[in-house]
Write a protein that binds this ligand. Structure first.
Ligand code: SF4
Ligand code: SF4
Length: 208
């Protein structure tokens, strides 16, 4: 067991006339969606003291493939990040709000065990960094760099997948066989992010 307890933001949808509630939700750790009468949506997301998006907010936007955001300059939402939702993303944002309706607060505690999950170890593209290669050699595992396990893609060394698109290091019960030696890019995959939650739902049918 390698359980990580993550306190994650809860998505909630608000009519703009309840802007104060939407702002309070974000200031308490949640993510708000303003749903206008014309069906358009706008996200209100938290920023840290340094002015940058918080990590969970950044990962949520990356899950939508959105890399730009603005800042509310006045009114109750002043200082919060503000992002218009593209029509193509409306369904997924609504899905996140529906998923989180069962969570009564602005944040939810979820227990995630990567060693029993492995949902993000499928259909992925894990690039090995130079220090990964050095670590494999230092650990006496140069075999991990053989063609059995890696291939080159766009000039990078990446982990191979099997015919079912599972990482070759993923054991049948979703345990990473090289967990202590796993590549840097595996170790920094954000546990509890929208990408993590989506992988768990799509692969394991688990809704956190
Ligand atoms: S999907 Fe999330 S919980 Fe599962 S292994 Fe990846 S990071 Fe861990
Ligand atoms: S090396 Fe381990 S953590 Fe990384 S993708 Fe493969 S099974 Fe998952």
């Amino acid at each position: 067991m390698s359980v990580t307890v993550v306190v994650r933001p809860v998505w909630r949808s608000f009519h703009p006339k309840f802007l104060a509630n939407a702002v309070a939700h974000v200031r308490s750790g949640g993510f708000s969606v303003l749903l206008f009468d014309n069906g358009k949506r706008k996200l209100l997301l938290p920023r840290g003291r340094d002015g940058k998006l918080t990590d969970p907010a950044l990962w949520a936007l990356l899950a939508l493939d959105v890399r730009r955001w603005g800042t509310a300059r006045s009114g109750p939402a002043k200082g919060l990040a503000s992002v218009r939702v593209r029509p193509i993303d409306e369904g997924i944002v609504e899905e996140w709000c529906d998923r989180d309706a069962r969570h009564p607060r602005s944040t939810a505690r979820v227990r995630l065990d990567c060693l029993a999950c492995g949902a993000c170890c499928r259909d992925n593209r894990v690039v090995l960094e130079p220090w990964d290669l050095a670590a494999f050699r230092r650990a006496g595992r140069p075999d991990l760099l053989s063609r059995d396990y890696v291939r080159t893609s766009k000039g990078k060394v990446v982990l191979k997948l099997d015919a079912r698109k599972r990482c070759l290091h993923l054991a049948p019960k979703n345990l990473c066989r090289i967990y202590e030696l796993r590549p840097y890019n595996c170790s920094v995959f954000p546990v509890g992010s929208e990408a993590c939650l989506a992988a768990r739902k799509d692969t394991l049918g688990i809704v956190d």
